[in-house]
Design a protein around this ligand. Structure first.
Ligand SMILES: Cc1cc2nc3c(=O)[nH]c(=O)nc-3n(C[C@H](O)[C@H](O)[C@H](O)COP(=O)(O)O)c2cc1C
Length: 505
């Protein structure tokens, strides 16, 4: 297997669709189409030099991500003939490309339009609403009989050794698959889940299955385990990058990641039945690992250099057993490295921040904007601006956010007034310091925290802090007048603008 030469971007039949919101979505059927598009756009570098997937790829990818550099295709990974794609999502521009749009705001607009749908009154509006609904239905995944991901089927003694799986950091417990889409089905409802959970390679046919306790994959496993039954699992690598993103998205349990991916890419995802397990995987993906997780089986997983920038310690997790590998004839292996920010996953997190803001607003319309600073590794810090209307409003938002999906993990929430720019950390710190009386304006709560939070006294349970940095009302224990922020008058600004050239400054 060798790296593919550059080729023209081919669009999937019918996949170049008008979404109805004025923007056009381009769907990739395979990761290799995306690679070709990256190359055409000057966003990809091929590395012909042999590079070791153990540590060396990390060091190279890390330097390139920090410099805002291109996606990388390692064509000659040491020990494998399968090329490695890294940093495919490593800028906001590439994330937009991965989702088939020129700018992420195009998708945000589509989501806003979807969730803000008003009751249609005129005939034209009714027609448009029906068309929108019809279009939504067309994004549901469809079943196909064959796919490139099954061009080669290895069901006799499959081995992970064929893959260039990375050892990311020096103290990692071994090699880890870092961009796997883990497909499972709930044993009672039959509902699919697709989550991205890293997999620690123990030997050629077994890995760890690192779904944290709060995640959907873990909930599915608990249901299979309660029935004492072996759980079928399929792990897809590659495919349209929109699918890879969808596997990381914090969707509610009831929303199928493949439907969400269909919505993002503006075309339904083609799914093909697996060969040895009762599951379906994207027909266009590069590599599929089919297998199962036994009830009751646990094994030490980790340590692993994690998103936080620290090693997450070894812990007991379920074990994945490989029964079959299928792959396209010339597959590429997608990987990423997480660690102290910024890393590639920071951009995936920022995509989630933008795409999920309209959904947060659906429940909390007073929320104006949200910043999950990348140094806050997405669960440590959220800065949110709100349209404050009543005493205690900021606290209401803080507690509501802690009750909203994976926002439950947020260790520190800072609330600012609606006129604040939450993305300007200078302004955030300026307001935060000036606006709070710590004893009055900070609230604490206890509850679930991210499994990666090493500061909580025990794993998965700890405290969180909400900071009300809005202007205070008398009813909030601030009887004194609130001062105006200093600003020059527009008239003086204009006069100085007019003078400016002559001042020679
Ligand atoms: C690169 C990357 C690796 C991840 N690894 C894990 C992991 O090992 N375990 C985990 O529980 N979540 C991990 N996540 C986060 C989950 O993918 C994310 O929370 C997702 O929403 C889980 O899906 P679910 O809600 O269907 O469980 C990772 C995310 C990224 C971007």
């Amino acid at each position: 297997m060798t790296g593919r030469p550059a080729r023209q971007v081919r669009l999937a039949a019918g996949a170049n669709r008008w979404t109805g919101a004025g923007s056009r979505v381009m769907a990739f059927e395979t990761l290799q189409e995306y690679v070709a598009a990256l190359e055409q756009a000057g966003e990809l570098r091929r590395i012909a030099e042999p590079v070791d997937p153990a540590l060396e790829m990390t060091e190279i990818a890390d330097r390139v991500v920090r410099a805002g550099g291109p996606a990388l295709l390692f064509e000659r990974p040491k020990g494998s003939s399968v090329p490695v794609l890294m940093n495919a999502f490593g800028t906001m521009g590439r994330c937009a490309m991965a989702l088939g749009v020129a700018d992420l705001s195009e998708i945000v607009t589509r989501i806003e339009r979807l969730v803000q749908a008003e009751v249609p009154t005129t005939l034209v509006e009714r027609g448009r609403a029906l068309a929108d609904l019809g279009r939504l239905a067309s994004f549901a995944p469809r079943r196909v009989r064959s796919g490139v991901c099954q061009q080669v089927v290895i069901d006799d003694a499959p081995s992970l050794e064929m893959l260039p799986i990375l050892k990311c950091w020096p103290q990692d417990g071994g090699r880890f698959l870092t961009l796997p889409m883990v497909f499972t089905k709930h044993p009672e409802t039959g509902r699919r889940n697709v989550g991205m959970y890293r997999m620690h390679v123990y030997d050629p046919r077994t890995t760890g299955m690192h779904w944290h306790a709060h995640k959907e994959g873990a909930a599915h496993y608990a249901a299979w385990e309660a029935q004492g039954r072996r759980m079928p699992v399929a792990v897809a690598l590659g495919g349209d990058p929109a699918l890879i993103y969808a596997a990381t998205a914090p969707l509610p349990e009831s929303v199928d990641e493949m439907l969400f991916a269909g919505f993002l890419r503006g075309a339904s995802v083609a799914l093909v039945p697996c060969r040895t397990v009762d599951l379906e995987v994207p027909a266009g993906c590069e590599i599929v690992l089919e297998g199962y997780v036994e009830p009751g089986e646990r094994r030490l997983e980790g340590p692993f250099g994690d998103h936080t920038g620290y090693y997450s310690g070894a812990d007991e997790y379920p074990v994945f057993h490989l029964t079959c590998i299928t792959h396209r004839r010339d597959p590429i292996y997608p990987a990423t490295v997480v660690g102290r920010p910024p890393k590639e996953d920071a951009y995936l997190g920022k995509v989630t921040e933008r795409l999920f803001l309209p959904l947060i607003r659906l429940q909390l319309p007073e929320v104006v904007d949200l910043n999950l600073p990348i140094e806050g590794v997405f669960h440590n810090l959220a800065v949110v601006s709100v349209r404050k209307r009543f005493p205690g409003h900021a606290r209401k938002v803080i507690h509501a956010l802690w009750g909203l999906g994976q926002m439950m993990f947020t260790k520190i929430i800072v609330v600012l007034d609606e006129d604040a720019n939450v993305h300007d950390m200078n302004e955030v710190i300026w307001r935060l310091g000036n606006h709070i009386d710590p004893q009055r304006d900070i609230c604490f709560a206890q509850g679930p925290v991210d499994t990666l939070n090493h500061a909580s006294p025990q794993p998965g349970f700890g405290s969180k802090m909400g900071v009300d940095a809005t202007r205070k009302l008398p009813e909030e224990g601030h009887p004194r007048p609130w001062p105006d922020a200093i600003a020059m008058t527009p008239e003086v600004k204009q006069r100085v603008d007019d003078l400016w050239e002559r001042l020679g400054l």
